[in-house]
Design a protein around this ligand. Sequence first.
Ligand SMILES: O=C(O)CCC(=O)C(=O)O
Length: 270
Amino acid sequence: MKVVTEEQWQKFNDEGWLKLDEKLSDEALKALQDEIDAIMLGRADLDYDRIMMQLDSSSGRYDDIGGQTCGHKGSTLNYRKIQNLEFDPVFLAYSQRPIFEDFCDRVYGSDTPITVFRCMFMNKPANRGTWLPWHQDRWDILDRDPILTVWTALDPATIENGCVQIIPGSHKYGLINPEHASGFLTKAQAEEFCPEEKRVFLEMKAGEIALLHNHLLHASDINRSNQSRRAFSVCYMDGATTDLKNGENYGQIFGQGAMTVDSLKAEKPF
Ligand SMILES: O=C(O)CCC(=O)C(=O)O
């Protein structure tokens, strides 16, 4: 089933973002919520040595967040970011949903093999979280910029608990700070390109999904509530994308030769 109409694709092209009409089933949402909590608590059936796990800062300042290194760092729900979730059976199965393949066909062309760069959990624990400054999702270690990120709310995302904020249409500005390795704006650039009157808050219900153009300017605030703000996002990219540091390509996610994880458990509800 194609859940995105021509009109909606037009909106994605014009504004650089789109919230889907489709929402995950309660069962699918619970499977993702349970898996990420199990990973944080150290109870998941996966190879933790392959998983990047970063603890949140207690100060809320971006400069104070923990290191981005592989391995479990204690049984707590206060992780900020967890990456390499393509090595987890549940998140891999979710990332391989046929509907996401359709989106990639639309954005990259149906003959383009697709790899993933960040299968990532981003968390704003209750009454914590860290201000994520304005940036575009591009990385100078890649030989080309990816275009599509699919962002899934695992909890309600609200202004109070640090939902993503965007500047609609800003994907058309081009790369604003090519000097920064991962697309972060300087303070002066953020003031110029992200004035308050242009900001839109992506408030979402748990299980809702948004498509984000990678060059769309976005940021997210700390969590000022008792409700955690968990989210899972996947950056889908052209399979020919090469890591300039080591000359390697990333794992293919769809079609023949797509990634698998040995420890596939019961049938996933995706
Ligand atoms: O989930 C969020 O708050 C946004 C995450 C994000 O923009 C990023 O990690 O690049």
